[in-house]
Design a protein around this ligand. Structure first.
Ligand code: ADP
Length: 501
């Protein structure tokens, strides 16, 4: 038996390949950032060929860094930024347009038109678990077919393929135009707005509403099974590809949230809270999404409730890149520590409208509560607090939907190194916040899915026993201050509505 499992993590800002050992420890990593393309206000694109080149390079890099060969890798799993939409030519492998990224809001008109067919924002909720919003892939596919010259005709002729980034990476790894397999898993498919959550198959009537030929959609297989082998060229040549999980579901798996009632929050570009609801599909009454959590081989589908928040860590990036107020993300904590509190300032980063629990595409960002007193430190605090307040809103919604209040929150992602934020998070939630030893839960989750399929790991029990705590934060804010702050935040949110007609 080979000694390690690899995971390709195709994220929003970068692509990495990570290699794990049997205890779930990181043995090697290689990472490359790709360009964020902003052609217009509200538009966000990625160059899919750049992403594929980075994938190949990091696979080679991760092996080289630890002096390993493909023969020592038992399987590779794929995890990816979800919803991001690509259409390419099956014969040449060339994308017909850049990948349209999940944060992109260009489909707002399409989404309104679909709602106007009847049912409004709730039109597809029952089948897909999702409200009509710019976030999801289906309307992005429609935009490409409507706006790229000849695309609809080529799609109808069967020449074009759609995929999220998992499918793009898998298709290329297995040979591209030369025999590449066109497959996705139910976690990714559940974010297209085209999949029926009960049958895990494409819904013909929704695809018809959006004018999307079924022939361009990938086959939906489980999240953990052998799909194919890496083609005989490139670093991981010959290794079975045996797991696919969308990034947030992968983090849930990697955090060992394997029983109903267990939840995690990932703090990256955006924030994503997922609550495992078991084999029962719970439709939200409070602005959350219902999504597939994972499907391991032919076992029953496990579902989740999800609170997706578009802008958290990317607000810190914005401060760094657009305002140049800090030179690194870590610096924000130093500024925040120069003051005791937010000085009355609240920053609602509705840059892509507001996702959960509001789903308002007409919202845009606002900083409120400003006085002559407010300084850079207060603003730095307001930026960090925005992440914690948005998380509180989502957890409140989850508690209301599930009827069982969350007792502890497992956290991961790039922002959880920020101690001030984690303490404020525990304070504003009033529950303990726990960070695991292996913080790379996204890649780890994909590795677990692949490793289970090839019996590198025996069962989900191995995942549980690998999980270990690194640090825990306990709430220390008094109740009246907590509720006062949260009340102000809610008021600030109302100021962001109605900016787009
Ligand atoms: P993704 O997987 O979404 O690309 P990561 O999990 O790598 O993101 O997290 C990166 C995000 O975390 C960035 O948006 C960055 O601004 C933020 N971040 C990184 N370090 C810190 C820090 N010390 N304090 C606050 N935010 C941070």
């Amino acid at each position: 038996m080979a000694s390690y499992v690899a995971a390709v993590d195709q994220g929003t800002t970068s692509t990495r390949t990570m290699i794990f050992d049997h205890s779930g420890n990181v043995v090697s990593v290689d990472q490359r950032e790709h360009e964020q393309i902003f052609p217009k206000a509200g538009w966000v694109e990625h160059n899919a060929e750049e992403i594929w080149a980075n994938t190949r390079a990091t696979a080679a890099g991760a092996l080289a860094n630890a002096d390993l060969t493909a023969a020592e890798i038992a399987a590779v799993g794929i995890t990816n930024q979800r919803e991001t939409t690509l259409v390419w030519d099956r014969k040449t492998g060339k994308p017909v347009y850049n990948a349209i990224v999940w944060q992109d809001t260009r489909t707002d008109r399409i989404v309104n038109e679909l709602g106007a067919l009847g049912g409004g924002q709730e039109r597809y909720r029952e089948k897909t678990g999702l409200p009509l919003a710019t976030y999801f892939s289906g309307p992005k596919i429609k935009w490409i077919l409507d706006n790229v010259d000849g695309a609809r005709q080529r799609a109808e002729a069967g020449d074009l393929l759609f995929g999220n980034m998992d499918t793009w990476v898998l298709w290329n790894m297995t040979g591209g135009p030369d025999g590449g397999i066109h497959v996705t898993d139910p976690t990714n498919a559940s974010r297209t707005m085209l999949m029926d959550l009960d049958t895990l198959s494409w819904d013909e009537s929704i695809a018809a509403d959006m004018g999307i030929p079924l022939s361009m959609l990938p086959e939906i297989r489980s999240s953990s099974e052998e799909y194919g082998k890496v083609r005989e060229r490139g670093a991981l040549a010959g290794v079975p590809i045996a797991g696919i999980l969308g990034d947030q579901q992968a983090a849930t798996f990697g955090q060992a949230c394997l029983s109903p009632g267990e939840a995690k929050n990932t703090y990256g570009t955006g924030n994503f809270v997922l609550l495992n609801t078991g084999t029962e599909k719970v439709l939200s009454q409070n602005g959350l999404l219902t999504t597939v959590c994972y499907k391991i081989g032919d076992k029953d589908t496990v579902y989740a409730l999800e609170g997706a928040i578009a802008v958290t860590g990317s607000l810190v990036q914005w401060l760094r890149d657009n305002l140049q107020m800090i030179t690194s993300a870590a610096e924000i904590e130093e500024h925040a520590r120069t003051v005791e509190d937010n000085g009355g300032a609240y920053f609602v980063p509705a840059f892509s409208g507001l996702f959960a629990p509001y789903w308002r595409s007409d919202a845009r960002g606002a900083i409120v509560g400003l006085t002559r007193y407010v300084n850079k430190g207060h603003l730095a605090r307001a930026v960090l607090e925005a992440t914690a307040f948005q998380t509180r809103e989502v957890i409140d919604a989850m508690n209301a939907d599930s009827g069982v209040p969350l007792k502890t929150l497992k956290v991961d992602g790039g922002m959880v190194v920020n101690d001030l934020l984690m303490q404020f998070q525990a304070d504003i939630l009033g529950v303990s916040v726990i960070r695991p030893k292996v913080a790379e839960t996204t890649a780890l989750g994909a590795a677990y899915a692949a490793g289970l399929a090839v019996k590198y790991w025996e069962s989900e029990e191995d995942i549980r026993s690998n999980w270990a705590k690194d640090k825990q934060w306990e709430p220390s804010m008094d109740e009246s201050r907590r509720e006062h702050e949260y009340h102000n935040w809610k008021k600030a949110v109302t100021k962001t509505f109605g900016w787009v007609e």
